[in-house]
Design a protein around this ligand. Structure first.
Ligand code: SF4
Length: 432
């Protein structure tokens, strides 16, 4: 029975990499004359690109499936990505799900959908733990001011709390030539900023015998590229060479997202992280020396099994002593199949929440101090949105700025004098 499916809606949970991949899959449908509608619109097909990093991300997915089933009972529902790869049966058991595609098959959604019409019996296609998955280039363009460009996938690390290697397989990457070609396409479509994304981007080059610093050199010389931003990079993989290169060109945004996870070496060992906290502090200090105005954000996990009050205080004191700009605070989430599940010393939910609140408060102070230090500076801002005569955007060093201006200046770059902070945004005026 031929299905007349012409309107399709996508919803992405999780990371920038997922957004780049959803955008790429959606382009396949656009080329086949599907109308891409928003997830709240009526559609013939609803696609959820999922995340499995926390239990909460999975709960969100199940809730969205139930919502779609309620408002569009006849629609086709496809659930793809990391959560689908690891717990396909669980998803397929939810009434209304028609197709469950794992990390590899999600890129063939358009043909899988044609092969498996809606018939009440959900179809599951996953890589079921295969390690050697193919690499699929992906990027987002036109949907947001900043474009996410995938450069690497999978991970060879085995952090004890993490399911990503199980969901996405071994580390692999596109070649420098492929990534540069994708960047040229993105620039050709009017994007002013590219954010390089992946799972463990510091490992870029492993499957092609190349390196991240060589990729950055090649991208830096791409004509028309105004801004290049790195997404999260492991501190032990942020080399001096990369830092020195990033100091050499204004195209590199002085913005670093460096996962720390804990300020206690004992906990870092239990997490199987690949650096002692001193290495982290040396990286931060090196960045500060080379790029004094750089935005440095640190991921921290609270409530990891075995984390005592002393460990937590060590983390708080360690972070207080670091010249960083903000924290991304995550509450430890038990993940099936991870080695951390075997660890003793579980931290109560109430205590996890208390520690999370404490670090959020510290992050607010760090960020306000970083923003206050920028008042009086003139920086380049990429405007992303505009309303009520105000334009909002981000500086190269990731400060959110608001200036008086017309909405049609979105996706343009301008010099802005930063004049003062109002809560967590800086006010500014355009430099004529
Ligand atoms: S580096 Fe660790 S936390 Fe990051 S994806 Fe790999 S295993 Fe997970």
């Amino acid at each position: 029975m031929k299905q007349d499916l012409k309107r399709i809606a996508f919803h992405t949970l999780g990371c920038k990499l997922n957004y780049a991949e959803t955008s790429t899959i959606a382009r396949d449908f656009k080329q086949k004359n599907y109308e891409i509608v928003t997830f709240s619109d009526p559609a013939d097909v609803y696609v959820l690109n999922t995340c499995t990093v926390t239990g909460n991300a999975e709960r969100k997915c199940r809730k969205l499936i139930r919502q779609v089933r309620k408002r569009a009972p006849g629609a086709y529902v496809a659930v793809v990505g990391c959560y689908a790869e690891l717990r396909a049966e669980e998803i397929a058991a939810i009434p209304g799900v028609d197709l469950v595609l794992g990390s590899a098959d999600k890129f063939d959604l358009i043909s899988r959908l044609a092969e498996h019409p809606k018939n009440g019996a959900p179809v599951i296609l996953t890589s079921s733990g295969q390690d050697h998955l193919d690499y699929h280039a992906s990027w987002s363009v036109g949907t947001r001011t900043r474009s996410f460009l995938k450069i690497q996938d999978g991970c060879d690390y085995n952090c004890s709390y993490c399911t990503i290697p199980m969901a996405r397989g071994q580390s692999r990457n596109g070649s420098i030539a492929e990534v540069v070609a994708a960047a040229q396409v993105i620039i050709g479509q009017g994007s002013n900023e590219i954010v390089l994304t992946g799972v463990n981007i510091g490992d870029f080059g492993k499957s092609t015998g190349e390196s991240l610093v060589d990729l950055l050199r090649s991208l830096e010389s791409v004509e028309g590229l105004n801004r290049l931003r790195l997404s999260s990079i492991e501190p032990n993989l942020l080399t001096d060479e990369i830092l020195e290169l990033m100091t050499s060109s204004p195209k590199f945004c002085p913005h670093f997202h460096l996962p720390l996870q804990s300020g206690s070496d004992r906990i870092l060992r239990l997490m199987k992280r690949r650096y002692p906290r001193d290495l982290y502090a040396r990286r931060v200090n090196k960045i500060r020396r080379l790029l004094p105005d750089a935005f440095i954000a640190a991921d921290v996990i609270v409530g990891f099994p075995g984390e005592t009050d002393e460990d937590f205080h060590e983390t708080v004191d360690f972070i207080k002593g670091l010249e960083i700009s903000a924290l991304h605070v995550f509450t430890y989430s038990e993940r099936p199949g991870t080695s951390a599940l075997a660890l003793t010393g579980a931290v109560s939910t109430a205590e996890r929440e208390r520690r999370s609140r404490k670090l959020h408060e510290l992050s607010v102070l760090k960020k306000q101090a970083f923003y206050d230090r920028a008042v009086g500076q003139t920086r380049t801002v990429l405007f992303e949105s505009g309303s009520h005569g105000l334009l909002t955007g981000f500086t190269d060093n990731y400060i959110q700025v608001q200036v008086p201006g017309r909405g049609d200046l979105c996706n343009t770059l301008a010099e802005v004098k930063l004049t003062g902070r109002v809560e967590d945004i800086l006010k500014g005026e355009m430099v004529q």
